[in-house]
Design a binder for this molecule. Structure first.
Ligand SMILES: O=C(O)Cc1cc(O)ccc1O
Ligand SMILES: [Fe+2]
Length: 462
């Protein structure tokens, strides 16, 4: 299976294609002012409102903002108060009070979706992160497990951009710019400050979220690859304008601000934007459209070759957070150990699995599960994968990795881990065992001893 069935995007939502474009969209003819951004009187009596995703003065190349033309401006609400009930499992400042660091290899089994009614907001919990949303530098990695649509409320993340990777269950996301349907196998970016509501048409749902503070995701440079390849700008889809005019007493805006949830009441839906234009927008991307480039002769390329999106740090070429995937592809390298190499990395690697089996782990790393190998923590293929690979070393024909989609959030900042993630019953306490069986194949006469008693596993090839 290349991708779970049931992706009927397009039915619920209509899109415009491109990455970083200056988009424009109107749900009523003539609703978008064309001569200027801020007319004295807007068409249809709308209010003009700007949302800025970068400082007004950011260089033109990085500057991101959109103009929204709406029935009432977003300021039309009662004061924000800490939400009751609070949320105990969200963190946006990673320090000794909130989290701790460990160099040990960590792996989590998939979390069960709760039985109690739980929407996306309550089902979201932080796993780890670094830096601070207040200082506008850092990231948080969250996961969610939920089973019910958000009702009578919209979520707004003032802390950073969410990159959401659903693993189970579709997300029907209503945003101020319009609607997005996101299936497992796709990802969506909801930039800082946009209000959105998530419906779960399939019920039980779970997935992964990377949140970046103080920067935005961009496409990686292609360098010598050339003008094409990896994620193509035209495969990114932004919504088209959609609005509702509803009298909705008690509608709640839930704002994540410094990791804390605040609530404010208003009496109408915030999805009242009739037209908009700009380059600061939510967007989605289908990971199966990724066009991988890789080794065609020898050796294992670094995983950066599979970068879908990167959130840059201030250091040239060093990511605050890269979103990297391990998609279906051909492995053709000659006399090469084809699975991921054993390594230690100054960057920290959080991994998740959307479907299938990951090429470095014959078992134990399950769809919906996760692993974390922090800065300089050694890791690599498990014993079964290693032994199966060298057992068929002599007859390694080109083979296709199929039916799998793993991903990595890779960061230059060392993550601190939340106590509930470290103490979770889903922690795989025996993770280290997957490498303990790696034995010496050393032989003084030069020819490695290969124990042929292992049956080659089907973990990496068809
Ligand atoms: O650790 C991992 O499984 C991710 C990874 C994959 C790969 O092919 C090379 C390096 C790397 O960190
Ligand atoms: Fe790695």
């Amino acid at each position: 299976m290349e991708k779970p069935a049931g992706d009927d995007s397009g039915l619920w939502a209509e899109y415009q294609s491109g990455f970083g474009n200056h988009f424009s969209s109107e749900a009523l003819p003539g609703a978008l002012p064309t001569e200027q951004n801020n007319p004295l009187l807007c068409p249809y009596g709308l209010y003009a409102e700007q949302i800025s995703g970068t400082a007004f003065t950011a260089p033109r190349k990085q500057n991101q903002r959109s103009w929204l033309y709406r029935i009432k401006p977003s300021v039309t609400h009662e004061p924000f108060h800490p939400r009751v009930p609070g949320h105990k499992h969200l963190v946006s400042e990673f320090n000794q009070l909130t989290s701790s660091a460990t160099p040990t290899q960590l792996r989590w089994k998939p979390a069960d979706v709760p039985d109690a009614p739980t929407d996306f907001i309550d089902g979201l919990y932080t796993i780890c992160g670094a830096g601070s949303s207040f200082l506008r530098h850092g990231y948080a990695i969250h996961m969610y497990a939920a089973n019910k649509s958000m009702e009578g409320c919209a979520f707004c993340n003032a802390d950073g951009d969410f990159l959401i990777v659903p693993q189970k269950g579709r997300l029907l996301i209503t945003t101020e710019c319009g609607k997005l349907q996101v299936s497992p196998g796709e990802m969506v970016v909801l930039p800082q400050g946009f209000r959105f509501a998530i419906n779960l048409p399939d019920g039980p749902s779970r997935g992964y979220v990377a949140e970046v503070f103080g920067t935005h995701f961009q496409l990686p440079e292609l360098g010598p690859i050339g003008a094409n390849g990896l994620a193509s700008p035209r495969d990114f889809l932004a919504p088209t304008a959609w609005f509702e005019e509803s009298f909705h007493p008690g509608y709640t805006i839930v704002q994540k601000f410094g990791g804390q949830l605040f609530a404010a009441k208003q009496n109408f839906s915030p999805f009242n934007v009739v037209a908009w234009h700009g380059n600061y927008v939510p967007y989605k991307y289908d990971l199966i459209k990724f066009c991988p480039y890789n080794t065609v002769l020898v050796d294992h390329g670094d995983p950066s070759i599979n970068t879908v999106l990167t959130a840059p740090s201030d250091k040239l070429g060093v990511a605050l957070l890269d979103f990297v995937i391990f998609p279906p592809r051909w492995l053709v390298a000659e006399h090469t150990f084809r699975p991921p190499y054993y390594h230690r990395n100054c960057m920290s690697e959080f991994m998740g699995l959307i479907y299938g089996t990951y090429e470095a782990k014959a078992d134990g790393f399950l769809p919906g599960g996760a692993s974390l190998h922090s800065c300089m923590t050694p890791h690599g293929p498990d014993t079964k994968t290693y032994e199966a690979t060298i057992a068929r070393a002599e007859d390694a024909e080109p083979c296709r990795i199929s039916g799998t989609m793993a991903f990595m959030f890779e960061s230059s900042l060392v993550p601190r881990i939340c106590p509930w993630a470290l103490e979770s019953p889903n922690v795989d306490a025996d993770y280290y065992q997957c490498w303990i069986g790696l034995k010496s194949h050393f032989s003084c006469n030069g020819r490695p001893e290969v124990n042929g008693s292992f049956t080659p596993s089907s973990a990496s090839c068809d």
